[in-house]
Design a protein around this ligand. Structure first.
Ligand code: DP6
Length: 351
């Protein structure tokens, strides 16, 4: 156990209700593969989104028997409660009061539930923030920087990518020589002054190609990296990509940014195809959109490109500037047809 985050044994619990909000994030260099205790196999970096968020309220009833009740958009969710119960038991060493009461957790996402946009990142991010609010009440306040760092540490233990959602802008998780203070245990903000302005005002429009459950969960996907013969090469490449990306971010080299980000997305899905058993999360529409984007770029030279999560949806990335109107028109005219219900979530990053 990490000493820095171990909980104080003298605490004073009482009935409390806290609420917090946490955004989702989209990775540019992907986390795919992990070791015990949620240690990532390689460093990753993501943009924290502006609009897609989870809002969570947590009611703590002191001295009642430990139990967790969860509501998602007003509807009771038993499966989620089970997951949170397990999670709370797992982090007791860091918050020694955590099993000493009953929880009623109400959460809602600002993005459509069926969209397949990862709610685990924003969800666990918001829960970890609520827990640190309770901890401040019960064990005494710690300084804001430490509170955030410990929230990121706790969020990671719920879902790896969640630890990146605690910070704005570009956020790094996983030890890399390229980013000072980076750690496998929590996320850190990528230094703002090292980022060219072109990357600080960006669109992320998520095309909802397939709404609904994925055939293979992220957790199972990560596990399959343990036996993937290409895994070591992939982890090494992620490290090298950090070096390349650092230069790109500094210089504002959009062309190489596009190349690196698309390569990362395709490598993630290639790893899935090379797992045993193999699986494919892209759908026909995913491939049609990718081909359309490539054609569009070839014809117009405009900087529209994509990344993918562990799912079929396509994140359309493009800087917000004088070119973006033409890109938006193209998306509406040519790409929306590949979604299930004209589904698109328009998000952005500006910082
Ligand atoms: C493809 O964070 O959802 O989105 O740690 O098992 O909860 P667990 O996995 P999760 O994996 C996210 C994988 C990814 C890439 C990324 O966000 O870096």
């Amino acid at each position: 156990m990490m000493n820095e985050f171990l909980g104080k044994q003298n605490f004073n619990i009482s009935n409390q209700t806290v609420s917090e909000s946490c955004p989702s994030n989209i990775a540019l260099i992907k986390y795919w593969g992990k070791y015990d205790n949620q240690i990532p196999a390689n460093p990753s970096i993501s943009y924290t989104l502006n609009h897609c968020k989870t809002n969570t309220s947590m009611e703590f009833l002191a001295d009642e028997k430990f139990s967790v009740q969860t509501f998602l958009g007003g509807k009771e969710e038993l499966k989620f409660a089970e997951k949170i119960e397990k999670y709370f038991k797992n982090i007791e060493g860091y918050l020694p009061w955590i099993l000493k009461g009953k929880y009623i957790i109400k959460t809602e996402n600002t993005f459509p539930h069926s969209s397949g946009i990862a709610s685990s990142a924003s969800g666990f991010g918001a829960i970890a923030k609520c827990l640190m609010d309770l901890d401040a009440q019960f064990s005494g306040k710690s300084d804001e920087d430490f509170k955030l760092k410990k929230a990121s540490f706790l969020a990671r233990l719920g879902s790896g990518s969640a630890c990146r959602s605690l910070y704005n802008g570009l956020v790094v998780w996983g030890k890399t020589a390229e980013v000072a203070e980076s750690s496998d245990l929590f996320a850190v903000q990528y230094p703002n002054e090292e980022i060219h302005s072109i990357f600080k005002n960006f669109n992320d429009w998520v095309l909802l190609i397939h709404e609904g459950e994925k055939s293979v969960s992220s957790t199972v996907g990560h596990g399959l990296m343990n036996t993937n013969p290409y895994a070591e090469k992939r982890f090494q490449e992620a490290h090298e990509n950090f070096k390349t990306l650092k230069e790109i971010l500094k210089n504002g080299d959009l062309q190489n940014f596009i190349q690196l980000v698309e390569h990362e997305a395709l490598t993630l899905h290639a790893m899935m195809m090379m797992s045993e058993p193999a699986f494919i999360l892209m759908k026909t529409g995913t491939l049609q959109v990718i081909n359309k984007i490539w054609e569009f770029r070839k014809e117009t030279n405009l900087p529209l490109f994509f990344t993918l999560d562990a799912g079929a949806n396509v994140h359309l990335l493009f800087p917000e500037n004088s070119d973006s109107e033409k890109i938006k028109e193209f998306i509406v005219k040519e790409l929306l047809q590949f979604t299930q219900n004209n589904g698109v979530v328009k998000d952005m990053m500006n910082f």
